[in-house]
Design a protein around this ligand. Structure first.
Ligand code: 3PG
Ligand code: MG
Length: 372
């Protein structure tokens, strides 16, 4: 039991050994695809410790996942087949069901669908950290009926992210980027209570610029969020905004500006001065959480800010945690993913766990049939 949630060992005990038991493992195999090619198999590899632990004990493992957002209809482009092929290489003999979201009952958390999922199954393991913020049938349903447990990946994710909430070594710095403030508002507010400093880059910095009365040219921003950003800036917390910006000027040429973007200009990355300042803040921290790129890093002209931050996060002696999604992809692209302490497999899930301290998938396991 950990945080009131049964572990794999608890499940083994309850089933009186796992030999011959059919165990349904909900994984997050929602991997990036280019046609039928998996461009990053991190989420598949991350589920192997749990799968191997179970098969080593003689269990028959049946995995199930969603892939993409097929909206309740069988859709060939979201077929699990490419994942099935990769899984067969990494964990031969492990079954993988078809995309759970081919049936609208999955997202509707339909009870009849849950019963169908667990037919012939003896125990359930949730190892789908990246999907555990979704109250979907395969995440919250099975623990109502079956002995259930969290897998190793889910356990590690929860341990690491809860430690950031509960007892981070200080100074604790959160570095946030990405396009939209609105996606991250909840977590920004929650983090402001625990962090010593917040560093803001990515397109969302322009909403803060606007709130601060700085010109932003044609940069992306969310006008309906400026009041909230004003309030955050007035909170008295240490918030670092970029002091220079790289982007495209009105003529379409790459330009570097100070902390204001001129008319017709569009900011697409933090500038070199800001990147160096942010890297210093990261270097002085003892705990770092990073989520969201500093700019449009897929375009080499606007990758430098994100690269400098990734290098600083990789080089520091601090305890470093990178929230999934784009920042994890950036780290992998720069070949630095082995140099941080924890790369989360969940984007939305890691932010929601940091914000709320719990997830629907965790609550379901805590209230499950085999929890005292
Ligand atoms: C993710 O990729 O963040 C998870 O797999 C959840 O996917 P979703 O946002 O489509 O629910
Ligand atoms: Mg048994």
């Amino acid at each position: 039991m950990e945080g009131g949630i049964p572990t794999l060992e608890d499940l083994e005990q309850q089933l009186d050994g796992l030999a011959g038991e059919r165990i349904l493992v909900r994984t997050d195999f929602n991997v990036p695809l280019d046609g039928e090619t998996i461009t990053d198999d991190f989420r598949i590899r991350a589920a192997l410790p749990t799968i191997n632990w179970l098969t080593d004990r003689g269990a028959q493992v049946v995995t199930a996942s969603h892939l993409g957002r097929p909206k309740g209809k069988p859709t060939p482009e979201f077929s699990m087949e490419p994942v099935r092929r990769r899984l067969a290489e990494l964990a031969p003999g492990v079954e993988l069901r078809e995309n759970l979201r081919f049936d609208p009952a999955e997202e509707a958390n339909d009870d009849a669908f849950v019963k169908q999922l667990i037919e012939g199954i003896d125990g359930y393991v949730n190892d789908a950290f990246g999907a555990s913020h979704r109250a979907h049938a395969s995440i919250v349903g099975p623990p109502r009926y079956l002995p259930s447990a969290m897998g190793r990946l889910l356990q590690r994710e929860v341990e690491v992210l809860q430690s950031l909430r509960d007892n981070p070594k200080r100074p604790f710095v959160a570095v946030l980027g990405g396009a939209k403030v609105s996606d991250k508002l909840g977590v920004i507010e929650a983090l402001l209570d625990t962090v010593d400093a917040l560093v803001i880059g990515g397109a969302m910095c322009f909403t803060f610029f606007a709130a601060d009365g700085r010109s932003i040219g044609d940069s992306l921003f969310e006008p309906d969020q400026t009041d909230t950003c004003k309030r955050l800036l007035a909170s008295g917390k240490e918030i670092h905004l970029p002091s220079d910006i790289v982007g495209l000027d009105a003529a379409g040429n790459v330009a570097t500006w100070g902390a204001r973007v001129p008319d017709g200009g569009k900011g697409l990355d933090i500038g070199p001065g800001s990147a160096a300042e942010f890297a210093d803040v990261i270097t002085e921290a003892r705990t770092v959480f990073w989520n969201g790129p500093m700019g449009k890093f897929e375009d080499e002209r606007f990758a430098a800010g994100t690269r400098t931050i990734a290098e600083a996060v990789a080089a520091t002696k601090a305890f470093t945690v990178v929230g999934g999604g784009d920042s994890a992809a950036a780290l992998a692209e720069f070949g630095l993913d082995d140099d941080v302490d924890h790369v989360s497999t969940g984007g939305g899930a890691s932010l929601e766990l940091l914000e709320l301290g719990d997830l629907p998938g965790l609550a379901a396991l805590r209230q499950g049939r085999n929890t005292p």
